[in-house]
Design a protein around this ligand. Sequence first.
Ligand code: PPS
Length: 294
Amino acid sequence: MSLNWKDWITPRYSADAIVQKVAEEFEYFDDDIVVSTYHKSGTTLTQEMISCLILGPEKTKNTALLRRSPFIDFYKHLPRDPMEEARTLPRPRVLKTHLPPAFHMRHLSDRSPDVGPKNVIVIRNPKDVVVSAFHHFTGTKLFDGKPIPDKFSEYWRSAIFQPGNVSHHDIFDFNRSWWSFKDHPRVFVLFYEDIVRNKADQVRKLAKFLGVELTDELLEATLDLTSFQTMRENPNVNYSIAERAKDDWKPGSNFIRKGEIGDWKNHFTVAENEEFDRYIAERMRGCDLKFTFE
Ligand code: PPS
């Protein structure tokens, strides 16, 4: 699976010049950790887990997420360019992107075990991703340009069958292309559903990949700070209650929304679900990546 970054459809949150800069110029260090996900797949939760392990629970608790873990391909509505923000951070840095491996080929093409940033990928089943994205995109006032369909039946078809239409590129290309790097020594793939089901196990694996000594105390603090309830109530993580961003969210919507596996069952009709299942089977043919739907 190879996707050239120039074929990527720039999502609405970014701009062509920004993604080009990430692909060609942004300077990474070998001790960087880059969380790369298709949107709504558990990015924030994973950033929080890594932040606890690398930056420590105190800093994680008391600093706004965007200040300690910049979203480098994002450019809208921020007082500072996130790539600039990243340049000023002490190392090791914890960075976020929503970009596929094609954007990281400057370092991924080197397969030496100690060269290039460590890449943590999070994959979530596409049905729950599309549900989560629907609530995010219809719940904020941030997405200008072409209207976002406010009926779920229109939204999911648009998001899945016309990538780039509502915002992002194709979810199958994205996940298949990262999955093809799963054995790369600097790549670690996590699944959202595994984190929700057994976070302690995933934190242990993550700590091993990151080379962090995980004491019982650190594990405990990480689990506490990344519980759904704690993250929902934390204005440093939840944009819907953060002083600077809360006005962008419509009443009743929440960035840290439900945090469950299988909310798609409350959104798709039986016929829509069958249609989506057929499409998923077609798009995942020949790939051993398996999604968890329930
Ligand atoms: S984004 O906007 O792309 O960065 O969103 P992302 O962080 O990738 O995904 C958001 C979804 O993750 C859920 N979430 C959590 N689930 C379980 N536990 C914790 N602690 C947690 N924190 C965030 C969040 O609620 C979104 O999923 P939905 O299904 O909408 O609830």
